[in-house]
Design a protein around this ligand. Structure first.
Ligand code: ADP
Length: 430
């Protein structure tokens, strides 16, 4: 028998024996045993009452001493209660720390349920959106942020890229909103104040636009004199080469200034009505003819027009998208290579594909080719006469038409650039 049981049972047997012995002295063993049993029962009941009172009120004056079952039971319960209280305190301080760090977090965080209703938010979110606890908890977030770009982002269940929207605080404030899946059916809306970044971008873009504009007049004068000199029959032979080089460089600078101005315009101006019906088929046919006239390389330029659908947009911008892609394809393809242009429509929308069998782009460079002045191979590409801005222009112009650029390429085999336009931008004649 384990020690505890012996220590519990033995004293009780001794008490019963003593009760029985005293009873025997008076010739009443049973009465002696009964009185001893009643005494034991009373003592156990008293311990039970103490235990019940302790559990009910949490008050205990003194724990029972000794090694029997009751002192051990009391000690065990006291240990469990103290451990639970220690755990509770740990959790409390953890929650407090989390709350403090959420408060200190400079970005706004709002927890939304599956109906886009606000469950909770931090201090930064309260400040950025002017939220009020009683009024706004349980409100749908699109009742507070009514910007259409945000509303369609919210409804799209899209979590990859966020959206930038004007802030609620005032004219020049901007917020970046991003949704992150969070718990079952919930989403965390992260809001960042990007006013400063937008301001800096504007300053940079204005500077580039102004500088390019200022460069234009002197460049025109220089180009004019250089052209006149190049056409002068009396020019000494030794000058012919340098003047030709200067003419080429002046032409390159002119192209650069044009592209810089075009990019600034695309970045800074609001998309216009973008409702002109642009005849893509006619535009591509014209482009093909233009290239065959301008370009010295006899690459095969193949045109596949699988649809007569027109595009709703800005003609000059769509022209610029197609021209940049086609001129690049010609520029980066050897004279015996092939360039193909295709326009087709399917369930997802309209697709303009420009494919070549040229030198291709290394996989690590593909994500960067739409950056300004990025060149996959700077020496090689500069000699080919590009400005380094063509694909940046394509990306921005496409964005203004709700389109996307897809690039697939492998070194030495060729490249494929596809512009995807949504169905909402198509005019398809039945
Ligand atoms: P660039 O004026 O230098 O052509 P772009 O912005 O049009 O500038 O293109 C950026 C870079 O992407 C180019 O310098 C070139 O390295 C690469 N690139 C673009 N189009 C092609 C293509 N069709 N084939 C191979 N490389 C290309």
């Amino acid at each position: 028998m384990p020690q505890t049981r012996i220590k519990t049972v033995l004293p009780q047997l001794v008490i019963l024996l003593i009760g029985g012995a005293i009873g025997a002295l008076y010739g009443q063993i049973l009465v002696g045993l009964l009185i001893a049993s009643l005494g034991l029962l009373g003592w156990h009941s008293m311990q039970l009452f103490r235990l019940e009172r302790w559990l009910r009120t949490g008050e205990i004056i003194k724990l029972p001493d000794g090694n029997g079952i009751w002192p051990r039971a009391f000690a065990r319960i006291q240990y469990i209660t103290e451990r639970a209280s220690r755990n509770r305190n740990n959790w409390r301080s953890l929650i407090k720390e989390l709350r403090t760090s959420a408060k200190a977090f400079p970005d706004g965080g709002i927890i939304l349920n599956s109906n886009h209703e606000i469950i909770n938010y931090n201090k930064a979110a309260r400040r950025m959106l002017g939220l009020k606890k009683k009024r706004d908890r349980g409100q749908r977030i699109d009742n507070l942020i009514r910007n259409p770009v945000f509303v369609s982002y919210l409804e799209s269940d899209e979590t990859r890229d966020g959206v930038d929207i004007p802030g609620l605080a005032g004219e020049d404030s901007w917020l970046s909103c991003r949704m992150i899946p969070y718990g079952p059916g919930q989403r965390l809306l992260l809001i960042r104040d990007i006013t400063q970044r937008i301001k800096l971008e504007r300053v940079r873009s204005d500077f580039v636009a102004n500088a390019s504009h200022e460069l234009r007049t002197p460049l025109t004068v220089i180009s004019g004199y250089l052209d006149a000199l190049a056409d002068d029959d009396q020019l000494p032979d030794a000058w012919a080469g340098p003047i030709k080089d200067m003419c080429q460089q002046a032409e390159r600078m002119n192209l650069l200034v044009d592209d810089l101005l075009e990019l600034s315009r695309l970045e800074s101006s609001e998309p216009g009505s973008m409702e002109t019906s642009v005849d893509v088929v006619e535009l591509l046919r014209f482009l093909q003819k233009e290239i065959l006239v301008i370009d010295e390389h006899p690459e095969t330029i193949e045109l596949r027009l699988d649809s007569q659908a027109k595009l709703l947009g800005e003609e000059a911008e769509i022209q610029s998208i197609a021209a940049n892609l086609v001129f690049n394809a010609v520029r980066y393809t050897a004279p015996d290579g092939r360039v193909s242009i295709r326009w087709h429509v399917d369930d997802r929308g309209g697709h303009l594909t420009v494919e070549d069998t040229g030198m291709g782009i290394a996989p690590e460079d593909i994500p960067r080719v739409t950056e300004r002045f990025f060149r996959a191979d700077s020496g090689r590409d500069r000699r080919r006469g590009g400005t380094g801005l063509g694909l940046a222009i394509v990306k921005h112009a496409l964005k203004r038409h709700d389109g996307e650029l897809e690039i697939a390429s492998s070194l030495g085999e060729g490249s494929k650039f596809v512009c995807h336009f949504p169905r909402s931008r198509l005019i398809v004649d039945e």
